[in-house]
Design a protein around this ligand. Structure first.
Ligand SMILES: Cc1cc2nc3c(=O)[nH]c(=O)nc-3n(C[C@H](O)[C@H](O)[C@H](O)COP(=O)(O)OP(=O)(O)OC[C@H]3O[C@@H](n4cnc5c(N)ncnc54)[C@H](O)[C@@H]3O)c2cc1C
Length: 458
């Protein structure tokens, strides 16, 4: 029943929490970081890293399958899922060791166990109380499901999907958002017959409509089935499979149903509301300084309404530490956060979509240019199709960049600099982009939007 006092007490050691801990320690603050499972959270153990490892194995499978078209004699014998998982776990283990070592080297007190808020600045863990001059809540999120749809047996979420030691022959993915299309991409590359069911009218409905359309075209070409604008009504499980029915009377059978309908805030039962933290439907409300309704109590990551992305969590964690240390950091612009969906073809975007830009500035006050990757040498070498779509304010800066094509996620770094630094297309057009790279396509798109296209029609 000991009492411990720190400058900063952080609940949750995922992307948001551990970033806050590392930056706080760098700034000379004493820190307690409370984690009930493993440092690194969802991103490292059940999210970004494991899925991207599987997507890389999927890419290797696709390249092997198509080897003859590159003049290489190779054939795909099959997918050894335990070996794929071993490769993935090796990456997680190395990163986990690195993170644990990093946190350990910074004089951060890591407390193992589940914490609960027991006062405005206090967390109780295993009977001990940790009181901070400041508190950071960063307890992350969980896979949601639909009312009446129980996760059990052959009805799984991404957590169980990552543990499979076999490739399903046939799978249904409920939800055509980021996680749904990524798993559909992985499974298809591994040889599974996949069908995505999405209630909204398009796949990846949060992206620019041109990107959604292009992904649908690419998925059709890859033989990934999807039904959009349809409502799920129920699922029946047997010893060998599932039958999923829709409200329109259609039904589909498969070996597994992956439920990928979004993630909810992991906040229930941790004493937040009881201790005065203002919440909305389980999310912790903050101001733009990420401070909750209680002064000195902050929140970071997926429990804060907005994009549920690891790099947003990192940035929020850093921001909070600097705010606590009195550095007055610049508020994070949510619109400037880059997004990548790592399916094949990849999707990367930052800033406003065309409809949002038109709504905000008026359709007559924006210009749009779409550069087809058909004109980009490196994309041709990789055998990928796609485009880079730019949106600018007339006589003003670029306010949205939307890309689709193999590996375009690697181009989002420059895209986010352009949008966040409010660059004009004319300024980007004067920067030299290396040839032949896919990055060059970003340069070419800006050349065209600046009125001087090179490998493109005006
Ligand atoms: C399948 C999948 C793929 C994803 N891919 C990407 C991607 O490619 N790129 C990307 O940017 N994002 C991706 N994400 C999202 C990303 O993982 C999250 O946005 C990020 O992990 C959120 O960080 P966080 O700190 O808010 O929460 P988390 O990482 O979930 O960390 C919260 C931590 O708090 C701990 N905790 C919770 N409650 C308590 C308690 N009461 N006491 C003690 N400890 C507690 C948990 O054990 C956990 O470790 C993906 C997510 C999933 C599920």
């Amino acid at each position: 029943m000991a009492e411990h006092n720190f400058d900063v007490v952080i609940l949750g050691g995922g992307s948001g929490g551990y970033a806050a801990a590392l930056r706080s320690a760098q700034l000379g603050l004493s820190v307690a970081l409370i984690e009930r499972d493993k440092l690194g959270g969802t991103c490292l153990h059940r999210g970004c890293i494991p899925t991207k490892a599987l997507l890389h194995s999927a890419e290797v499978a696709d390249v092997t399958r198509e080897a003859a078209s590159y003049g290489v004699q190779a054939s795909l014998q099959g997918i050894d899922m335990p070996a794929v998982n071993k490769y993935r776990d090796g990456i997680i283990d190395r990163l986990f060791k690195g993170l644990t070592g990093l946190v350990g080297s910074k004089q951060i007190t890591v407390v193992s166990g589940e914490g609960r808020m027991v006062g405005q600045k206090s967390i109780s863990v295993n009977g001990d109380t940790y009181t901070g001059k400041n508190l950071v809540l960063a307890t992350g999120s969980f896979s949601k499901t639909l009312p009446g749809l129980d996760i059990a047996g052959r009805v799984i979420t991404s957590d169980q999907a990552l543990q499979l030691d076999f490739v399903p022959e046939k799978a249904i993915v409920l939800g055509g958002g980021v996680i749904g299309v990524e798993f559909a991409s992985i499974w298809k590359s591994f040889g599974c017959d996949v069908t995505i069911i999405e209630g909204l009218p398009t796949l990846v409905p949060n992206e620019d409509p041109a990107v959604s359309k292009a992904l649908e075209r690419a998925y059709r070409k890859r033989g990934i089935n999807f039904k959009t604008g349809v409502k799920f009504s129920g699922v029946q499980q047997s010893a060998t499979g599932v039958i999923v029915s829709l409200e329109n009377g259609e039904s589909f059978d498969a070996e597994l149903l992956l439920v990928a309908v979004g993630r909810g805030p992991n906040t229930a039962g941790f004493g937040y509301e009881e201790n005065g933290v203002k919440m909305d439907r389980g999310y912790v409300l903050t101001n733009e300084r990420l401070e909750t309704s209680i002064s000195g109590v902050y929140a970071a990551g997926d429990i804060v309404p907005g994009l549920q992305l690891a790099h947003r969590g990192f940035q929020q964690g850093i921001f909070i530490a600097e705010e606590i240390a009195g550095l007055k950091p610049v508020a994070i612009d949510e619109l400037g956060i880059p997004k990548v969906t790592y399916c094949e073809p990849e999707i990367a975007s930052v800033g406003l979509s065309e409809p949002k830009a038109a709504e905000m500035y008026g359709a007559e006050n924006i210009s749009v240019y779409e550069y087809n990757l058909g004109g980009n040498g490196k994309s041709q070498i990789l055998g990928t199709a796609g485009f880079i779509k730019l949106i600018r304010r007339n006589n003003g800066p670029v306010i949205g960049i939307h890309m689709i094509g193999s590996r375009v996620g690697e181009q989002v770094g420059e895209a986010q600099l352009i949008v966040n630094w409010e660059a004009f297309p004319e300024e980007v057009a004067s920067l030299v982009h290396a040839h032949p790279t896919q990055n060059e396509a970003l340069g070419e798109a800006h050349l065209a939007l600046a009125g001087k296209p090179l490998h493109a029609h005006a």
